[in-house]
Design a protein around this ligand. Structure first.
Ligand code: TXA
Ligand code: MG
Length: 317
């Protein structure tokens, strides 16, 4: 293994925080069993302590060290989707410091699908707590450059694993008292894909006072530039005449706007490609000193539902 990789391991063993690549977005990783390391993550992100972190592991066997009373359906989901963009909320064991779970009696766990990070997790004697590597509330990072821009030299290391292939966060699934699965946060795996394994799913009700997941806060993933979400791009643009407008579009460019103020998510109309591109496109538009960014609604099906959910939250005042 490379020198950088060895350094990543020693930084983490010494309680440091590094940026790690995953298939969804970059994470700010630290020793999940060390209260001090986890505190550093919250401080770096300026994340409120009531927002719990996801714990990343390398194999399903590790699950029983961290969680108890694991429902059969959780194993079924794990065996279907791991390594991959699914996070499970399970009853926690004592070994997980309560700062990780924000005092909840549950812990969020997933196996990420990225070669470098899986290698890292296999070599480490502890799991990694890792939230997305962005300051609280801002656009998630899908490239090492995004992380560098946010955190510069505040981090011990950014492990460069290239561009994230899925591009949006993991889907979070918890279980109710009857062990029925409930979606807490929409993500890279669609509800339909999960329902194929579990049968019909419920969505957790969004509650801004006590959010079950910050991905559910009404404003999140937001650019600094004012933004809005629309299902009628033409009318919206007419109402913004005279303003310096940028657009985030699904498939087709618009005639009357400068091309460099337009981001096309997928020319072929592929929702997977759109998901992979969406945060990077937002980052670019946010750099252009625009008056406003207009997000065009994507088709409300499959991954389009997840992406629209992120765009609506990003555009919230
Ligand atoms: O794709 C991902 O999940 C990325 C990569 C880095 O793995 N991570 C990520 O972490 O999105 P973060 O911290 O940005 O979002 C974690 C979400 C939050 O919405 C948090 O509230 C929820 O997981 N969460 C964590 N523990 C929870 C728990 N015990 N119960 C309910 N939600 C929980
Ligand atoms: Mg996040």
């Amino acid at each position: 293994m490379s020198k950088i990789f060895d350094r990543a391991i020693s930084e983490l063993k010494n309680g440091g925080i590094i940026a790690i690549p995953t298939e969804t977005v970059y994470g700010l990783g630290g020793n999940a069993l060390s209260e001090a390391a986890v505190k550093k993550i919250f401080d770096l992100k300026k994340r409120p302590l009531y927002n719990p972190l996801i714990v990343h592991i390398a194999s399903v066997n590790e699950l029983e060290k961290l969680a108890k009373s694991i429902p059969d359906v959780a194993y079924k989901l794990a065996n279907t989707f791991w390594p991959g963009p699914l996070t499970l909320i399970l009853k926690k064991k004592k070994i997980i410091p309560s700062i990780v779970t924000a005092g909840l009696d549950t812990v969020a766990v997933r196996i990420p699908d990225h070669k470098l990070t899986l290698e890292l997790l296999k070599k480490l004697p502890f799991p990694l707590a890792a939230p997305s590597a962005n300051p609280f509330g801002s656009i998630s990072p899908t490239k090492p450059y995004h992380v560098l821009k946010y955190f510069g030299n505040q981090l011990n290391l950014i492990l460069d694993g290239g561009e994230c292939q899925r591009g949006i966060e993991s889907t979070i699934v918890g279980f109710d008292k009857a062990e029925n699965p409930v979606i807490f946060r929409q993500g890279a795996i669609t509800a339909e894909e999960i329902e194929k394994v579990t049968g019909k799913l419920r969505f957790s009700i969004h509650d801004n006072q006590r959010p079950k997941a910050p991905g559910m806060l009404s404003r999140h993933y937001s650019p600094n530039t004012k933004s809005c979400f629309t299902n009628n791009i033409k009318t919206t643009l007419e109402s913004l005449k005279g303003k310096k407008v940028g657009t985030l579009l699904f498939q087709y460019p618009l005639e009357d706007l400068p091309l460099d103020h337009q981001e096309i998510l997928s020319k072929s109309g592929d929702l997977k490609v759109a998901a992979k591109n969406v945060y990077a496109a937002m980052h670019r538009l946010d750099q252009k000193n625009l008056d406003i960014i207009v997000f065009e609604q994507l088709p409300e099906k499959g991954l389009g539902i997840t992406i629209n959910d992120k765009l609506r939250r990003a555009a919230k005042d």
